[in-house]
Design a binder for this molecule. Structure first.
Ligand code: DX5
Ligand code: ZN
Length: 237
């Protein structure tokens, strides 16, 4: 399982976007997370394909995850693919044929991912696990950066991890997004997550690289000790 840290560009300085994209890449984070909000699925507007294209221009080798918080993501797959999205994440709550859109993302040569909101049960994404490469479990209500982590979402991470393992994919990518920091990231890792989006926590740092490395190490350690504890409990039974 690969542990990845993804700075969310929503927390960048919009007056210095190119510099902040370069700073995120230089931090050693594995990928950039780009939040697209349509003021309908969520009560906020963010940015569109031009900012994804800017990220590709500034940092061509820095992998781009595009999180579509949109009621109709199906209408926007092409523009985001053309702008340089590499993973496209669509919500299970979106108003479209989710099976068909995940297939369309894959047919474009991109990685399809499914996202679920805090109030959506884990089993809502089970029918899609074979059709996507990643599940994103929201740990805040989507729409804004800088909110507090909702720890009640973590049992869903564990449920999805178990389901993926039962389907023969123990290393399936499970991401958390919202309120992730040095304390909550390791909690999510212990629950089974291996990809961690962090916006305000990372962009407010003067040395983003040091914090990315520390967060990644803390998440790996928390995951390893959770796995060891489970094995010890199983052996004791
Ligand atoms: C929330 C977005 C998140 C957000 C995370 O709607 O999907 O990606 O940027 O920001 P922080 O890490 O500040 O909670
Ligand atoms: Zn996001």
């Amino acid at each position: 399982m690969q542990f990845q840290i993804l700075p969310s560009l929503l927390a960048a300085d919009f007056g210095n976007l190119a510099a902040d994209i370069a700073r995120a890449e230089a931090s050693g984070a594995e990928a950039l997370h780009l939040d697209i909000m349509d003021a309908h699925f969520v009560p906020n507007l963010s940015f569109g394909p031009d900012v994804v294209a800017l990220a590709r221009k500034v940092a061509p080798g820095f992998y781009r995850h595009v999180h579509l918080m949109m009621t109709r993501p199906d209408l926007y797959l092409e523009p985001f693919a053309k702008a340089g999205a590499q993973t496209i994440q669509i919500h299970v709550e979106a108003d479209c044929d989710v099976h068909a859109e995940l297939a369309r993302i894959r047919a474009m040569g991109l990685r399809p991912a499914i996202v679920l909101n805090p109030e959506t049960a884990a089993d809502a994404v089970f029918p899609y696990l074979r059709e996507c490469d990643e599940v994103l479990v929201m740990t805040v209500h989507p729409g804004y950066g800088g909110q507090s982590f909702i720890a009640e979402c973590l049992p869903k991470v564990t449920a999805i991890r178990h389901r993926a393992a039962a389907l023969g994919c123990p290393d399936f990518d499970i991401m958390v997004d919202g309120g992730v920091n040095g304390e909550t990231g390791p909690q999510a890792a212990a629950a089974g997550a291996n990809q961690f989006v962090a916006g305000s926590y990372l962009f407010r740092q003067t040395d983003m690289g040091a914090v990315v490395r520390a967060l990644r190490s803390a998440c790996i350690a928390a995951s390893e000790s959770a796995i060891m504890n489970t094995e010890m409990m199983n052996n004791a039974l």
